[in-house]
Design a protein around this ligand. Structure first.
Ligand SMILES: C[S@@+](CC[C@H](N)C(=O)[O-])C[C@H]1O[C@@H](n2cnc3c(N)ncnc32)[C@H](O)[C@@H]1O
Length: 304
């Protein structure tokens, strides 16, 4: 009879290698080493995609009908083979899930219909894609570095309709002064991007926003962190030092401590305010990241 209840081959291997006979001798770190990682589902050293999909799935269950509509309105999201989950027949990845939340936050404060939008540092163009798919914008201008700009140009040409793509303008960083000095925009967007720039570059961009825009949506970290356990510093020590030196907010904090993040929010609101005539109409945590903050500033044009 005892044989009926014996370990499977799978568990024989686990018992031989990880949850071993002497595994109970020292409990000091057992919840964060191979013993627990073979008892729990969530070995964080190996399960990157599992975690990503678990996160996206959970976030997707919290979306409302208007968020889903924004996602469904954004066609061709499958281009580029994203890591997706599927809920009630609609597939979504973290990029477009965030885009839906970002648009929901912005549209509460700003009527985007007919808007002239400027995005600084657009990545491959996920927000441009989502915004042009959901609002009848006048135009969408992206400022970016040369290589990223060619990626977003090529991606957006593929996913947008001809009519939508005709509203796009792509400006390389070297051409900003010549191309945009007299331009006017109803909204500037910067997501997870100024935090990776030289502080003087951020100051210059904020001056540009002050001169040319009347609203500014920003979503960036409230500070920096030192925690090799998060990713093993896989990009190397130099990359860590570079990241610590970039962006306007370089104070270090425990990014998984809600009180520390909340305490850093006032500095965030000061650091990203484009000028004295600007004030935040709304702000809050930049979901899903514990340490991102987001704000929508508007300019009072009657003030200097
Ligand atoms: C981490 S990515 C974020 C992309 C996108 N905003 C998103 O949330 O998916 C940072 C972006 O900032 C751009 N970037 C970095 N330095 C820049 C600079 N000096 N001027 C304009 N864009 C810059 C990068 O090329 C990239 O598009």
């Amino acid at each position: 009879m005892a044989g009926t209840f014996r370990a499977s081959r799978q568990w024989e291997r686990i018992s031989e290698n990880w949850v071993t006979e002497d595994g109970a001798d020292n409990l000091t770190d057992f919840k964060s080493d191979s013993r627990n990682y073979h008892l729990a589902l969530w070995d964080p050293r190996r399960n990157g995609i599992r975690y990503l999909r678990a996160l996206v799935y959970e976030l997707a269950t919290r979306l409302g009908p208007e968020d889903w509509q924004k996602i469904r309105n954004t066609k061709n999201r499958e281009v580029g083979n994203p890591v997706e989950v599927r809920l009630d027949g609609t597939s979504v990845c973290l990029d477009y899930l965030q885009a839906a939340l970002e648009l929901g936050f912005i549209e509460k404060e700003l009527d985007l219909r007919g808007g002239r939008v400027l995005e600084i540092g657009a990545g491959y163009g996920r927000l441009a894609h989502a915004m042009l798919s959901n609002y009848d914008l006048d135009s969408y201008c992206v400022i970016d570095l040369k290589n990223t700009l060619s990626l977003s140009r090529s991606y957006l040409r593929e996913v947008l309709s001809e009519k939508q793509f005709a509203k796009m303008r792509f400006v390389q960083v070297d051409d900003v002064t010549a191309s945009l000095d007299t331009a006017q925009f109803d909204l500037c967007v910067n997501i997870h991007s100024m935090t990776e720039m030289i502080p003087e570059t951020v100051e210059e961009y904020l001056r540009l926003i002050d001169r040319t825009c009347t609203a500014f949506f920003v979503k960036n970290p409230v500070g920096k962190y030192i925690d090799p356990s998060l990713d093993g510093y896989y990009k190397g020590d130099e990359a860590v030092q570079e990241a610590l030196a970039s962006g306007p907010l370089r104070q270090q904090l425990d990014i998984h401590d809600s009180e520390a993040v909340q305490a850093a929010a006032p500095d965030f609101l000061d650091a990203y305010r484009p000028g004295t005539a600007w004030s935040p109409a709304a702000h809050g945590r930049g979901v899903p990241w514990s340490y991102f903050w987001q704000a929508l500033y508007t300019k009072d044009s009657t003030r200097p």
